[in-house]
Design a protein around this ligand. Structure first.
Ligand SMILES: *[C@@H]1O[C@H](CO)[C@@H](O)[C@H](O)[C@H]1NC(C)=O
Ligand SMILES: *[C@@H]1O[C@H](CO)[C@@H](O)[C@H](O)[C@H]1NC(C)=O
Ligand SMILES: *[C@@H]1O[C@H](CO)[C@@H](O)[C@H](O)[C@H]1NC(C)=O
Ligand SMILES: *[C@@H]1O[C@H](CO)[C@@H](O)[C@H](O)[C@H]1NC(C)=O
Ligand SMILES: *[C@@H]1O[C@H](CO)[C@@H](O)[C@H](O)[C@H]1NC(C)=O
Ligand SMILES: *[C@@H]1O[C@H](CO)[C@@H](O)[C@H](O)[C@H]1NC(C)=O
Ligand SMILES: *[C@@H]1O[C@H](CO)[C@@H](O)[C@H](O)[C@H]1NC(C)=O
Ligand SMILES: *[C@@H]1O[C@H](CO)[C@@H](O)[C@H](O)[C@H]1NC(C)=O
Length: 440
């Protein structure tokens, strides 16, 4: 009995293994979007000024900067990671995974703790194929003008082109056409998945909107809490282009948290100050000092984002927006901070411009952490009405949906996958898909 249970576990372990490939998908898009007056976003004080204008209750900064509309046409590259069960693609359903602000496609397949926090592991174990993309403008996808190219709508159009290619078998590295495409988003990636379902309701078969609600009340507080800085100045070695050997040598002894702390201890001892490693970590590891050294070892080719790409200041700002203290591993939180991705001014100015409703007629599941600050103000159940939850109030956006459900995941804030219980949320999603005719 014990032996057969063991064997079953071993076999299940093998069945769970996944095969993945990375590649780039060319997309031609046409996007109807805003033309904004550009304001300076070169140095950190410009970012503070932008934040103050953006959060000012006396104005709508999007309207203030909007000069015109244009149809942006362009050819771009989308960086993608495709995974399927070992042994080949099963079934006819693919999940397209779109990350939120501050992340890239690695959000869905974190290697931390032997992939224990990986959404892709869970989905592939259930037999699904997944395609995770870097949104247009971010990570290894094409970068672009942070005001007038990299806006929400352009990213939605890119997502739509990729979806059509998946259906038509037009991605050579995949060599397969899928009958059904489920769009899974996190945060801004959910906004875009919803937006796609509104513009192209026939191009999606199911929506999984994680870290999302239809209530934008807390966006200004979020942006204020970010303490916005210029991305290329915040992590010059990684998000910027500080390639000079001299600069790299300067940072070299500080290239990991441990060395940073030991180095500072050494310097302090030379002036006869003795601080514990814990004290030094608390002084530096959670501040922008850690961002300044981040990237020394991670990338030989810095991402070199232009001015106008922004990021939050440091790990403490990250915690404020994304994490629930006591319910995540600080080591994983620090990984998220040191591998974070930026947000463009154009994205912030258009994040609230999604269509008011969607005529999508398939099933919709919202999965949001109970303590999400960005989409629920810290408590998704504090509706003040008889609505079951703040995410549940989004049902009105989907009058034609065949099913709508809002699942509130306990002990979890906005950055769902960084929390201890992330994989339980992922399992809820796979079984819900199975129950709504979208099984692998
Ligand atoms: C895909 O790219 C990621 C990030 O660079 C890397 O860690 C991973 O090994 C690559 N996977 C494959 C199958 O090439
Ligand atoms: C702000 O202005 C933009 C552009 O005119 C508009 O699309 C958006 O709906 C406005 N937002 C609010 C909350 O009024
Ligand atoms: C993965 O998480 C489970 C529970 O969520 C835990 O029992 C297990 O030890 C973790 N594995 C690793 C490698 O961290
Ligand atoms: C992006 O591309 C660089 C250079 O090819 C590579 O080192 C890095 O791992 C890639 N990252 C992702 C997330 O694809
Ligand atoms: C979407 O599909 C429905 C049902 O098949 C069809 O009636 C409708 O015309 C389609 N709409 C578009 C825009 O293709
Ligand atoms: C960091 O870079 C240095 C110098 O290239 C190298 O010796 C070291 O092994 C790297 N550390 C890690 C953790 O990659
Ligand atoms: C957002 O949720 C809060 C708290 O439940 C509520 O007071 C407010 O009216 C909601 N706003 C919108 C636009 O739904
Ligand atoms: C983890 O999530 C599952 C699924 O939502 C839930 O039933 C369980 O209570 C959670 N566990 C903890 C420790 O929060």
């Amino acid at each position: 009995m014990v032996v057969s249970t063991f064997l079953a576990l071993v076999l299940a372990g093998f069945a769970a293994a996944k095969t993945c490939t990375n590649f780039t998908i060319p997309v031609d898009i046409s996007s109807r979007q805003g033309v904004f007056r550009k304001v300076p976003l070169d140095v950190n004080l410009d970012a503070s000024a932008f934040m103050l204008e953006f959060t000012n209750i006396g104005q709508n900064y999007t309207a203030v900067l909007l000069q015109d509309y244009q149809t942006l046409k362009g050819s771009y590259k989308i960086s993608a990671k495709f995974c399927h069960p070992d042994g080949g693609i099963k079934g006819s359903v693919v999940q397209v995974l779109t990350h939120g602000i501050g992340f890239d496609k690695t959000y869905w397949d974190l290697s931390f703790n032997n992939y224990n926090y990986s959404y892709v592991e869970v989905a592939v174990r259930e037999g699904y194929s997944t395609l995770a993309i870097d949104r247009l403008g971010i990570g290894n996808s094409s970068h672009g003008d942070p005001f007038n190219v990299i806006q929400a709508r352009a990213e939605v159009e890119a997502l739509n082109v990729i979806t059509t290619k998946l259906r038509n078998g037009q991605i050579p590295e995949i060599k397969h056409s899928f009958d059904k495409v489920v769009h899974v988003g996190h945060s801004f990636g959910s906004v875009q998945s919803y937006w796609l379902s509104s513009l192209y309701p026939n191009n999606t078969d199911g929506l999984i909107l994680t870290g999302w609600s239809a209530n934008g009340s807390w966006l200004p507080a979020t942006i204020a809490g970010f303490n916005l800085h210029i991305a290329r100045l915040n992590q010059p070695l990684r998000l910027g282009n500080t390639l000079s050997q001299a600069a790299r040598r300067t940072f070299r002894p500080w290239s990991s948290g441990g060395e940073l702390i030991r180095g500072v201890q050494f310097l302090l001892r030379s002036i006869k100050v003795s601080l514990s490693t814990k004290d030094i970590w608390n002084e530096l590891g959670t501040t922008e000092v850690a961002n300044l050294i981040t990237g020394y070892n991670q990338t030989d080719i810095p991402l070199n984002y232009p001015p106008g790409y922004l990021t939050w200041s440091d790990f403490t700002a990250n915690v404020g927006a994304f994490l629930l203290p006591g319910h995540y591993d600080i080591a994983l939180g620090l990984v998220a901070e040191s591998t974070k991705q930026p947000v463009t001014a154009g994205e912030l100015l258009t994040i609230g411009s999604s269509p008011p409703s969607s005529s999508f007629s398939g099933p919709v599941l919202v999965v949001t952490g109970r303590q999400d600050t960005i989409f629920c103000g810290g408590d998704c159940l504090a509706t003040g009405t008889d609505a079951a939850s703040i995410p549940a109030e989004a049902a009105v956006l989907f009058p034609d949906a065949s099913a709508f459900e809002a699942y509130i995941h306990p002990d979890t804030a906005h950055g769902i996958n960084v929390h201890y219980n992330a994989s339980a949320a992922y399992e809820v999603i796979q079984s819900w898909l199975g129950a709504h005719d979208l099984g692998a």
